[in-house]
Design a protein around this ligand. Structure first.
Ligand code: KG4
Ligand code: ZN
Length: 349
């Protein structure tokens, strides 16, 4: 089965072609970062307009890259939520129109399920069951995964998502949007012993997160340094390092706790923040020492992309799921509402 995947939930237009027999055939990504940078964050209306311009040419490009004709496609998968409503509508409308014109089924995919399944695109794909740490710009979640669509929420952020916290800390340090990769780069030059930032909620039982206190602590530290004059490059690197260490060790502690609680030995990490090398290394070290295995997607499939949507959609479409003809998106959509794979019903509800 050849599935075209379209991702337009936020500021990246991702398009890919996945074959259930041959794997990923082609994928391409257009990032709108330059469009939004001067505003310091994503401007929803500009995001929608850019998806309108870019999606169809990218569809043509992946078909050409894969050497496929549209008549060889069996289905279209698109992100139906969660995300920005206008951006989602662009992808959903185009996907459904193409599917209708080609006379093939279409399915709305859950963006976080796409992230969650992205590690399955790798050669050493994890087996079920496992605990997933989903850390993106909009979500921080620990989920028990027993199969596709069999999700139990173990814990989540009570306020800012991990990626959002990175972006806000970056802004405080005068770094461009999106800040996660910039903080990570700056932190490499930072001295880990200069500041120790709080590890939020690690002394409380449970698996929920909270990053807003850490954000306040970061701002207070910057203000204190500013009181003594302008921040030096070393000051900024040391703050970035302390911030990153605090987020990483909080996530590592919660992941370890989740595996113990669920008596599982596989952890799958996905979402934009899973591109963070320090997080990957520390999870590997802490969990590997306990005999657990850590899985994460290839770097290019950590942040938003079309391949994860094509893959997740293909699994459900191959099991007989597809949507009706109406275009529906769900800007808010709890992942636990998704049906299991065996249940042949529309996933976008
Ligand atoms: O999954 P994603 O591309 O989009 C959402 O679904 O939200 O995640 C984007 C988030 C941003 O907040 C970005 O700053 C963060 O992932 N991010 C990182 C890194 N690369 C991206 N955070 C920390 N370290 C990184 N290397
Ligand atoms: Zn995402």
């Amino acid at each position: 089965m050849n599935v075209l995947g379209i991702e337009t939930s936020c500021d990246e237009t991702g398009v890919a072609l996945y074959s259930t027999t041959r794997g990923l055939l082609a994928h391409t990504l257009y990032s709108q970062i330059a469009v939004h940078r001067e505003y310091g964050g994503v401007v929803p209306e500009l995001a929608s307009r850019d998806h309108v311009r870019k999606t169809l040419p990218l569809v043509e490009q992946v078909l050409a890259d894969a050497g496929l004709d549209a008549t060889e496609l069996d289905a279209v998968a698109y992100t139906a939520g969660p995300g920005l409503v206008g951006a989602l509508m662009v992808g959903a409308t185009l996907a459904r129109s193409l599917a209708m014109g080609w006379g093939i089924p279409a399915l709305g995919v859950h963006h976080m399920e796409g992230h969650l399944l992205a590690p399955m695109l790798a050669d050493d794909a994890p087996e079920f069951p496992f605990v997933a740490l989903l850390v993106s710009g909009g979500h921080s979640q620990l989920v028990r995964v027993d199969g596709i669509g069999q999700y139990r929420m173990l814990g989540e952020s009570l306020d800012d998502a991990a990626g959002e916290a990175f972006d806000k800390a970056a802004k405080m340090l005068g770094l461009p949007y999106p800040g996660g990769p910039h903080i990570a780069r700056l932190a490499e030059d930072g001295n880990a012993d200069r500041f120790t930032f709080p590890r939020p909620m690690v002394n409380r039982p449970g698996l929920d997160f909270s990053f807003s206190g850490l954000k306040t602590h970061t701002l207070t530290t910057i203000r204190q340094l500013e009181a003594d004059g302008e921040l030096s490059d070393q000051d900024r690197a040391d703050v970035a390092r302390a911030f990153e260490e605090a987020v990483v060790s909080t996530l590592v502690i919660k992941c370890r706790r989740a595996l113990e609680q669920e008596h599982l030995s596989r952890l799958v990490m996905a979402g934009g923040v899973s591109a963070n090398r320090n997080l990957r290394a520390q999870l590997q070290k802490a969990l590997g020492a306990r005999g657990a295995q850590v899985y994460y997607p290839a770097m290019e499939f950590c942040t938003d992309n079309g391949a994860m949507i094509a893959y997740a959609g293909a699994q459900r479409l191959a099991a007989g799921q597809c949507d009706g003809v109406e275009v529906q998106v769900r800007p808010r959509w709890p992942m636990t509402e998704l049906p299991p794979l065996t249940e042949a019903s529309g996933a976008a509800g």
